[in-house]
Structures are given as C-alpha cells and as structure tokens.
Write a protein that binds this ligand. Structure first.
Ligand code: CO
Length: 324
C-alpha cells in the first residue's frame, strides 16, 4: 500500500474521534497521540512483519526496535509493549518462537519498557512485532510536519537495509556482512530521539517502508520544499554494489513509481535507487533549526548518536524534494 491508500479505503467511513486526540490517522504520522491530562499524552503504535533475517533472535530484536521507533519519532518514551505473534509451532518449532520473543524482550528491556501481554495466532507465514504505548508531554509532541524553511535535515542511520536484506535472502552475504546490517537495524532510536529533543526539533519521522524519499515527502506534504544533498546521504557498506548487481527489493520500485512525481532532478543509477529503498528499523529523520547546528554536533557526540546533515528545508518548490 502507498501512504495515500489507507485514507482512500477509509474514505466515506466516519472515524470516531474526540478533542483528546492530538494526532489521529489523517497525517500519516508514526503514532497516534491521545491526551490524558495537561502533563501526559499516550503515544501508541503497532508494527509487525515477516522475518528480514534468518536468525530468530535477531529477527525479534529488529522487529521490537522497529516497533518502538515510532514512539521515539514522536518524541515519546515507550512504556509498555505487547507481543503480536503469527506463528505455526508445528511448522517451525517452539524453540524458534522462544528465540524471537527473547530477542524482542531484550530490546524492550534496553528501552526500559515492560512487556505486559500479547496475542498469537497460528500462521504458516511467521510474523512478529509489538503494539507499543509510550508517553509524551502533550505540548512537546513532534509530528512529521512542522519543519520550517531554513531548518536542516538530519538522518541518524545509513540507508540500504532493503537491498542488503534482499541479498541476505539470496544467501550471498558473508556472516560479518549480515551481522553489520543486523546490528544497524537492531539499534534503538532512543538516543537519536533524545538528541532530536535536545536541539529543539520542529518535525521528525523514522525511515521505514516508504524509503528516505517517501518519509521525507510525509514531512513536507504540499506545505514546504526540501533540498536533499544526495552525496551526503549515508549508505550502508555494500549496498551500492548490490544495487548495481540487481539486488533490488520489489518495494523499492513501488516507492519510486509512487513518489517520483515529488522529486526534482531524479536520475538513473544505484545511488538514486537507494533513495527509495524500503528500510526496516531505519534511523530518525528530523528537522533542526539552523542556529542549533553546533548543539546538534556537541550533543550527538555526548549521546553517542551518529548524525548526517543531508539537506535543508526551503520555502521554494513546495511539496517537492529537489536533489542536489
Ligand atoms: Co514510522
């Protein structure tokens, strides 16, 4: 599904809401936000998917990190998590499920959240993920829109996990190459979120299935433009070479078809393909006021978060991503 498709499906159906809903389903935000009182709002999200790597323990870690990332992207802190399990014990064996859940719990612990339940269904195609509830100050919710002209665009993880996991499925990567991409995907966006809050970010999202361009489009909508410095976009080791040799996930083509109308100066070649590569548990993508760039650099070192400044928001070219 493209990001517009769900709203097409729901068209004509009245969605229940009330004045406590601070972020609902309309803006394609990472999570919903519901205000409980002046100090606390709930941030809620759910995400699950089929294995992206062969090792069940790592799959559990990656799926849990990915699910909690949406809470971090809103400026929230995950508090409770529930397992979503689609699994056939007869086909895969309970040992495999135990490893998946162990990986997920590892990440929930690292996030200082708790596991309070879950639900499983028998399914021949295994899937795992979490429903996560976090908290946020209602006045400090960071939505995907809200970037201002002049804000810098920051990314906290390299892209290329769609291409690399396609290569993992084709079993052509060496063990250390597999571990390299696994570690990046399993990394929590907790510190990246603290960094984004410490520098007064106006807008943020995380990079997942719609790729860098798709999620950047959610940040600008038709309100504002953005320049993207293609050469500055961090790319995972090996991803360019793999793209050249044709390890392109189907989702990349779908993203490119869907979003190419929003891109200025789009060319052919692996580096341009990568901009549309669907990510699993990608980094945070956020807008930072230009005058805070020194803070950004200092705090990123303090917190141990990698950052790349990959663009700038503009008042020109509204709704467009101009590649430079
Ligand atoms: Co997201």
């Amino acid at each position: 599904m493209g990001p517009g498709d769900l709203s097409d499906i729901l068209c004509g159906i009245e969605i229940p809401t009330d004045s406590s809903v601070l972020v609902g389903i309309e803006g394609f935000d990472d999570a919903g936000v519901y205000k409980l009182n002046e100090e606390i709002a709930l941030v809620q999200s759910i995400d699950f998917f089929t294995p992206v790597v062969n090792d069940p323990y790592w799959f559990g870690q990656i799926a849990a990190s990915n699910a909690m990332s949406d809470i971090y992207a809103m400026g929230g802190i995950p508090k409770t998590a529930m397992n979503i399990v689609c699994f056939s014990p007869k086909k895969f064996g309970l040992e495999v499920l135990k490893e998946i859940l162990r990986g997920g719990i590892e990440k929930i612990k690292e996030a200082k959240a708790v596991l309070i339940g879950g639900h499983s269904v028998d399914d021949e195609e295994m899937k795992y993920g979490l429903a996560v509830t976090g908290i946020v100050n209602p006045a400090k919710v960071i939505k995907n829109e809200g970037a201002r002209p002049g804000d810098l665009l920051v990314l906290t993880k390299p892209i290329g996990s769609g291409i690399l996991t396609t290569a993992i499925k084709a079993e052509i990567l060496k063990e250390e190459e597999v571990l390299y991409v696994i570690r990046i995907m399993a990394e929590l966006n907790d510190k990246a979120s603290r960094l984004m809050l410490s520098v007064g970010s106006h807008a943020a999202t995380d990079v997942t299935g719609f790729g860098l361009i798709g999620h950047l489009k959610e940040m600008i909508k038709e309100n504002i433009g953005v320049e993207l410095y293609v050469e500055k976009v961090p790319i995972m080791d090996g991803a360019l070479e793999l793209a050249k040799s044709g390890f392109i996930p189907g989702g990349l083509y779908r993203n490119r078809d869907y979003f190419k109308k929003d891109v200025i100066n789009l060319s052919q070649g692996p580096i341009y393909d990568l901009l549309f590569d669907p990510q699993t548990s990608g980094g945070l993508l956020f807008a930072v006021p230009e005058e805070r760039v020194d803070n950004l650099r200092e705090d990123s070192v303090k917190l141990g978060v990698k950052i790349w400044i990959i663009g700038k928001f503009t008042s020109e070219n509204r709704g467009k991503i101009a590649l430079l």
